[in-house]
Design a protein around this ligand. Structure first.
Ligand code: PLP
Length: 367
């Protein structure tokens, strides 16, 4: 029998979540962000499942776009960070990609390039994230130069990214949005601003385009969930099985460094899943898992190929019992990847995109 660890990917749930993003913003188009192999879900399979629904896809780099084109995806693909060297422009043109332009050398490279057809460009402005983008003071001149070169660049959009759209405190978000509203008005620019949290919680940030990412995979990015985010459906179920069981006397330790010690006579299940599969080694004792659809917790440090869970309260669990690390159990019980992330001092994004190639993906739907 094969190792039982599998990432089940529910493509119907992906489409459901995409439709939530789309329907929440009826005057925008939603580019489906499928960078980092669709946050670990498989970019090509996700793009195929969303073809016909999503009018465009977004990735981080040319190599990610090439995988999609080689797989037959014909929809527009946006490079969120644009090019990394000027020679990439030939491939951008050949593959019919759209690109962000966030810095001076990219602007100069594009203006020096002679495409047969102009390249659609999203001008990235730094409105407060302080990561990529032209300063608001530079934006007008950049915009004017691109607008004056319609043989190089077309379909200009103003793009920016929010640092705190997920947070309960709206202060900094409002400051970024006010700056962007002002700039868009001055440049008469269509915008692309909203990530998942802004798509879910801030209709005033919806633009010509929105850029939902993690919400497509069913993770709720909001610090305080709302009516909409509660309707997201998990796409990935990371499932495995119990491969061994131990009966331990009170006081016996489990795993490396004996971090967990049995507080009473205990039954421990060994699960085929470890940090060599991408499960976070920072998971604390008590990090939730579902065994036969019932909640219990991790007991002991995560090792490379295995982790250990407390079965004392689930006496019927045995070798071969279903273990869900996150997602949906066979009995319908749910364990959100967001909750697991909180026990690992991280976020759903790292857990999902961190599932390693050793874990087979098994696709379901669309049906
Ligand atoms: C990753 C990314 C997104 C999507 O963010 P989510 O929080 O996953 O919705 C949007 N815009 C840019 C520029 C990104 O890099």
């Amino acid at each position: 029998m094969a190792r039982p660890l599998i990432a089940d990917i529910d493509l119907d749930a992906l489409r459901h979540n995409y439709c939530l993003a789309r329907d929440q913003a009826p005057h925008s188009r939603a580019v489906a962000v499928i960078k980092a192999d669709a946050y670990g879900h498989g970019a090509l399979a996700c793009a195929r499942a969303l073809e016909g629904l999503a009018p465009a896809f977004a990735v981080a780099c040319l190599e990610e776009a090439e995988v999609l084109r080689e797989g037959g995806i014909t929809a527009p693909i946006v490079l969120l960070e644009g090019i990394f060297e000027a020679v990439e422009l030939e491939r951008v043109e050949a593959l019919g990609l759209w690109m962000a332009v966030h810095t001076d050398w990219q602007l100069e490279a594009l203006l020096a390039y002679r495409p047969v057809c102009p390249i659609p460009v999203w001008v990235k402005v730094d409105s407060g994230m302080h990561r990529l983008g032209f300063s608001p003071a530079q934006a007008g001149a950049v915009w004017a130069r691109l607008a004056a070169a319609p043989d190089r660049a077309c379909d200009l959009h103003l793009m920016s990214h929010f640092a705190t759209a997920d947070a309960l405190d709206p202060g900094y978000f409002r400051r970024q949005l006010a700056l962007l509203d002002d700039l868009a008005l001055r440049l008469e620019a269509p915008t692309c601003l909203a990530n998942s949290p802004a798509t879910l919680a801030w209709p005033e940030a919806h633009g010509a385009w929105n850029r939902p990412g993690v919400m497509l995979y069913g993770s709720d990015p909001l610090e305080a969930s709302n009516e909409l985010s509660r309707r997201l459906s998990p796409v990935m179920t990371l499932r495995s099985e119990i491969i061994a069981v131990r009966e331990l006397a009170a006081g016996e330790p489990v795993g490396y460094a004996g971090r967990w010690r049995a507080p009473r006579p205990s039954r421990i299940g060994v699960v085929a899943c470890g940090y060599g599969d991408g499960y976070d080694r920072h998971a604390v004792d008590g990090t939730p898992v579902l065994v036969n659809g019932q909640r219990t917790g991790i007991a002991g440090k995560v090792s490379m190929d295995m982790l250990t869970v407390d079965l004392t309260e689930i006496p019927e669990a045995d070798i071969g019992s279903e273990v869900v690390l996150w997602g949906r159990a066979a009995n319908g019980a749910l364990l959100s990847v967001d909750e697991v992330g909180r026990h690992c001092d991280t976020i759903s994004y790292t857990l999902l995109s961190g599932v390693l190639p050793r874990v087979p993906r098994r696709y379901h739907g669309p049906d």
